[in-house]
Design a protein around this ligand. Structure first.
Ligand code: ADP
Ligand code: MG
Length: 233
């Protein structure tokens, strides 16, 4: 599903250059649930943003579902982004003046889906994250955990194959974090490939594989026995 080879990325700051990713090799098959760990500043977000086509690498290869992601024009890039990728961020990134339902429906608008179908689909995904009753509420009326569940519903509404989550529990207390991870595990059970950036060990162990970034390279990559938040029936 995701394959990267010898990926490099530097940031230029004036005459200085910061070499953040120094030859990353990584493959994730369909249905994997991978935690990406590493200390602050180790390049986790940089890597996730490149995988999410929000940023480009300086060199290396990237294949997403077999498609080489290189030198794509913005239209094509946007098409693949919409088709393959969903994003969840630490800070939720909901639109404050839109209801939960409208937030979830927004990506469907960009997919040119008609109003009625948008509403129905958005409601279906809100229901899946347990927030049907909160459809008309504004983000300011929701708890942090609820906001993140709306953000997850929004990401899933576009039916991406891959979900990229950058510290999705970073702004949440541990009980709420586990609720969000429960949801992520259940989405993964349905076959979606998910990458979760985290620096919390307990969150990482709720994934199926842990990749450790240090000094710009992957220093450890291991399959683990997944800790389930709730048992599947
Ligand atoms: P992490 O998510 O692991 O905390 P980041 O990928 O955000 O790390 O950042 C890696 C390094 O790159 C940090 O030192 C950060 O300051 C630097 N960095 C990130 N984004 C930029 C940018 N747009 N311009 C310059 N430096 C950046
Ligand atoms: Mg980060």
């Amino acid at each position: 599903m995701i394959e990267i080879k010898e990926l490099h990325k530097s940031y230029q700051m004036g005459s200085n250059s910061l070499h953040v990713l120094k030859g990353i090799n990584f493959t994730a098959k369909e249905g994997e649930l991978v935690a990406i760990m590493g200390s602050s500043g180790s390049g986790k977000s940089t890597l996730l943003n490149i995988l999410g086509m929000l940023d480009v690498a300086d060199s290396g290869e990237y294949y997403l579902d077999g498609v080489p992601i290189k030198d794509l024009n913005e239209t094509k890039a946007a098409k693949y982004r919409n088709q393959f990728l969903g994003f969840v961020f630490q800070s939720f990134n909901l639109i404050n003046y839109k209801s939960a339902l409208e937030n979830v429906a927004l990506p469907l608008y960009y997919q040119k889906i008609g109003r009625k179908e948008r509403q129905e689909k958005a409601m279906k995904y809100l229901e899946q994250v347990g927030l049907k009753e909160w459809a008309t509420h504004l983000p300011s009326e929701l708890s942090g955990g609820q906001k993140q569940r709306v953000a997850i519903a929004r990401a899933m509404a576009a039916e991406p194959k891959v979900l990229l989550a950058d510290e999705p529990t970073g702004a949440l207390d541990s009980t709420t974090s586990y609720e969000v991870m429960d949801l992520i595990q259940k989405i993964n059970d349905q076959g979606n490939t998910i990458l979760v950036v985290t620096h919390e060990e307990d969150i990482a162990h709720m994934c199926k594989r842990i990749v450790h970034l240090k000094d710009g390279v992957i220093v450890e990559d291991k399959k683990i026995k997944q800790v389930r938040v709730t048992q599947n029936v």
